[in-house]
Design a protein around this ligand. Structure first.
Ligand code: ADP
Ligand code: MG
Length: 214
């Protein structure tokens, strides 16, 4: 039963789906920088709908389960980091993606439990892509101007790796529909996610914009 929403997400992944869902976390640095409101505002103003929200202090086990919803997490994050170093003409700490990934996961386990985080579920058309676009690229050093990570923080792989910690980039946002489905189940009970209609959905999604003029 709990898996139902997740299965639906995957089933409809090739269709335009106004009820696509993404899991967003304002990480401990985002909460400490007093950016909860700013983050919510950015996703709200584009037309997305908040369907679940809570503040918690995660455990290391929850953090590990969260990132390992994708069994290739360590290899992926390691490869991405090594490529990023090389693109800038810098030397990565290791040439082994798995080793780099292990290091990142350990850093994340310390970072994410260091204080309260705000876990949110956002819903709307192309929500995964739209949230990632607004959030910006993983490394704040190169995140685009205008994105949350680009505008509010300045960390780098280089400093994080030198200081033996995770990159502080304010936010987690699901990478794809499959990850989102698994992450949402991890952080929310079905009863904590609310199905409701926002009046603005009529303007965003209805085929005909009728009923505006009296
Ligand atoms: P994203 O959060 O943009 O989806 P990833 O899934 O690749 O990025 O990585 C998860 C998180 O791990 C990042 O948000 C960041 O906090 C941290 N991280 C990624 N790469 C590194 C690295 N090389 N060193 C330290 N922390 C990292
Ligand atoms: Mg990710």
């Amino acid at each position: 039963m709990v898996e139902f929403g997740h299965i639906l997400q995957i089933l409809y992944s090739n269709m335009a789906n106004k009820k696509e869902r993404s899991l967003v976390i304002v990480k401990p640095d985002g909460v400490q920088r007093s950016l909860i409101g700013e983050v919510v505002k950015r996703y709200e103003q584009v037309g997305l709908k908040l369907v679940g929200i809570k503040m918690i202090i995660p455990t290391e086990d929850q953090v590990e389960a969260h990132y390992m919803v994708n069994p290739d997490f360590k290899t992926n994050v390691g490869t991405k980091t090594i490529e990023s170093y090389k693109k800038k003409g810098e030397t990565p700490p290791t040439e082994n993606p798995e080793e780099q990934g292990e290091f990142v996961l350990n850093g994340l386990k310390k970072y994410m439990v260091s204080g309260p985080v705000v876990v949110m579920c956002w819903e709307g058309l192309h929500v995964i892509d739209v949230v990632r676009k607004i959030t910006g690229g993983t490394e704040p050093r190169t995140s685009d101007v205008g994105t949350i990570r680009g505008d509010y923080v300045l960390d780098s792989y280089q400093l994080a790796d030198t200081d033996n910690r995770a990159v502080r980039n304010l936010i987690h946002a699901s990478g794809n529909l499959e990850e989102a489905g698994k992450e949402i189940i991890l952080w929310f009970d079905e009863s904590e996610l609310i199905d409701y209609r926002l009046v603005q959905e009529q303007i965003l999604y209805d085929v005909n914009l009728d009923g505006i003029l009296e």
